[in-house]
Design a protein around this ligand. Structure first.
Ligand SMILES: [Fe+2]
Length: 335
């Protein structure tokens, strides 16, 4: 698969460096509390209360990112606390919950950071609806367009573009990078891609001329294109738009619209950036402004492969209320 070339002239990623937190701040993340998988709501409430006490620079960075985002549409929190004994805990082999990890620092980091952006939700079709999802390479999935792949580029996409209740943010916490430290999370913001498009292309992309597809992880195991809803690619403010985009599964319904989609694909390939996540990093991605992907890497399947945890955040829980059980965070929309 062709690898696009990223420019290196764009501004650097916005980083909140959390690697020198004082003892009080560190304790907020490390002190034990409820089990996030058994007493979920209490865990989330406790994390939100703890987040109120985080250092001001973290709260300020998250507030600004929530209210006005930034040109990259991503915010990196670097050097967050990590689970004790993490070195000895194996990467779960099947992307389900780790049976070895009995502390919940990574989950607490995700819930605390996420609580300043909105509310954590999950989708019943993904990882049994867990709020904290393990992203690990799985044997046999190396070439899929799915988070379980490894030896192929994960193409640019907005998360769940086909879904009526997509997350406004996704958070990636890195527990362990890949062995060779080559795996890069790639991202491209609409702010950077838009200037490369002609007015006529923008006009087309603002119209509902694009049929997207259902994700592999939501049951589209044949990776059929165009089996989802028809949407505009760009929406919102004309000069500062949001975008719906999936490089793999989206298709135009007219030749003119297709030419504009190709132009956007080329623009994304020209402006995308990349970041190598290390242990204790959380990458916050504005899912309305920025598409993301991943470079390829070689898994070893030795218990110490790349391991991320992912959480989804919505601004308004009420929007998905009809498709959730009362008091639950799992969105159960059927496809
Ligand atoms: Fe994704």
């Amino acid at each position: 698969m062709q690898q696009a070339t990223a420019t290196s002239t764009l501004p650097a990623i916005q980083i909140a460096d959390c690697s020198n937190l004082d003892e009080n701040a560190t304790t907020l993340f490390l002190a034990s509390g409820s089990n996030p998988y058994e007493n979920t709501e209490e865990f989330l409430f406790d994390c939100e209360m703890r987040a109120d006490e985080m250092p001001r620079f973290i709260r300020r960075a998250l507030l600004e990112f929530q209210v006005r985002s930034n040109q990259e549409g991503v915010l990196l929190l670097h050097g967050l606390p990590i689970d004790p004994e993490l070195d000895r805990i194996h990467t779960p082999p099947d992307a389900l919950r780790s049976t070895e990890k009995t502390t919940y620092v990574s989950e607490r980091c995700l819930a605390m950071i996420g609580s300043r952006l909105g509310h954590l939700v999950s989708y019943i079709q993904e990882k049994n609806g867990d709020l904290f999802q393990n992203l690990v390479p799985i044997k046999g999935s190396e070439q899929l367009q799915s988070s379980t792949s490894s030896q192929t580029r994960l193409q640019f996409h907005r998360e769940t573009v086909f879904h009526p209740y997509p997350p406004e943010y996704l958070l990636l916490y890195c527990l362990r990078p890949d062995h060779d430290r080559v795996a890069e999370t790639t991202y491209a913001s609409v702010s950077h891609a838009l200037p490369l498009l002609a007015d006529a292309e923008r006009d087309l992309l603002f119209q509902p001329l694009y049929r997207t597809g259902i994700d592999y992880s939501f049951g589209n195991v044949q990776t059929i294109k165009g089996n989802g809803p028809v949407l505009p690619v760009l929406y919102g403010n004309r000069t500062d738009p949001f975008l719906n985009y999936d490089e793999d599964l989206m298709m135009a319904i007219t030749p003119e619209a297709d030419a504009a989609l190709v132009a956007l694909k080329e623009a994304i390939a020209a402006v995308y950036r990349r970041v190598k996540l290390t242990t204790g990093d959380i990458l916050c991605i504005d899912n309305r402004r920025t598409v993301h992907g991943r470079s390829s890497f070689v898994p070893h399947y030795d218990g110490f492969d790349r391991w991320l945890q992912r959480s989804f955040v919505v601004r308004d829980l009420g929007r998905s209320a009809s498709d959730r059980h009362p008091g639950e965070r799992i969105i159960r929309t059927c496809f």
